[in-house]
Design a protein around this ligand. Structure first.
Ligand SMILES: C[S@@+](CC[C@H](N)C(=O)[O-])C[C@H]1O[C@@H](n2cnc3c(N)ncnc32)[C@H](O)[C@@H]1O
Length: 253
């Protein structure tokens, strides 16, 4: 096992720990909240999810002939947003948790992709079962933070992208302004578990959300991980004062 595949962390703390700990927890959380995930998502993104998603779509260099891979696609929000906004040739919507994809399939049957063909498959992003250089663009929202083998996941995404292809990643991040960061820190620690727990009945999921955001690398930290995986021209745009960021990273030609 090389150094990249060997590094495993607890995604709630950022400390080294066996990957199984985080993988089992994430499966447990998302298999239980799948049906109420969209409500969970609205709360966990502080109501700003749709605006951030629209920003992600604006930044995604998806063209009409592209085959797109959505990683950690969950209930399909990113897949269907890209389908409607960009009309690519095909989207492969993948996620670790079958219950999340069941909800995405239901939306697909209801016409959410506006005619863009979408296939769904249970895939662990840390071990992607697709050939090298098979996708034009990879999208991923709120995925990498939940992966205990982050370096391995980014290497896998790099491998399955075509040269010249791009990874577009929406994730919670770190507000650069000290006062905004302190206010946000208070909100995350005290209000999110309380409010989220009250509305969905799943306090534990929100406690995990808060700690995993706190433990996640800042904008430059994530960019560094991407560069180490081989990506170039890594840029990011902050949303809501840096509470979220969309990184775009390119696989060199
Ligand atoms: C917060 S949800 C985001 C879902 C979707 N991208 C969205 O924006 O609504 C995080 C998703 O990451 C998935 N996930 C966690 N670890 C994963 C892994 N190793 N491989 C693939 N998906 C994973 C979870 O199952 C969950 O559906």
């Amino acid at each position: 096992m090389d150094a990249v595949s060997a590094h495993e962390i607890d995604t709630a703390t950022g400390q080294d720990a066996p990957a199984e700990l985080s993988s089992e927890r994430v499966k447990d959380i998302f298999s239980h909240i799948a049906k109420k995930y969209e409500r969970f998502n609205a709360i966990s993104s502080f109501g700003a999810y749709k605006a951030w998603l629209a920003g992600m779509a604006r930044q995604a260099p998806i063209e009409a002939h592209h085959d797109v891979l959505d990683i950690a696609g969950g209930t399909g929000d990113v897949t269907f947003t890209m389908a409607r906004a960009k009309k690519p040739a095909h989207i492969q919507c993948t996620d670790l948790v079958p219950e999340m994809l069941d909800v995405a399939r239901m939306h697909y049957r209801d016409g959410a992709s506006h005619g863009v063909p979408v296939d769904f498959e249970v895939v662990d992003a840390q071990n992607i079962p697709y050939p090298d250089a098979s996708y034009d663009v990879i999208t991923m929202a709120y995925g990498i933070r939940n992966m205990p083998k982050r370096e391995q996941a980014l290497s896998e995404m790099f491998r399955v992208l075509k040269p010249g292809g791009a990874l577009v990643c929406l994730e919670f991040s770190t507000p650069p302004n000290t006062i905004w960061r302190a206010l946000y820190g208070f909100y995350l620690k005290h209000l999110i578990p309380f409010w989220g727990g009250l509305i969905t009945g799943d306090r534990e999921g929100f406690v995990y959300l808060s700690s995993s955001i706190k433990a996640f690398p800042n904008q430059e930290g994530l960019a560094k991980l991407m560069r180490e995986a081989g990506f170039a021209n890594v840029t990011w745009k902050n949303y809501t004062g840096g509470i979220a960021a969309v990184h775009v990273a390119v696989k060199p030609e």
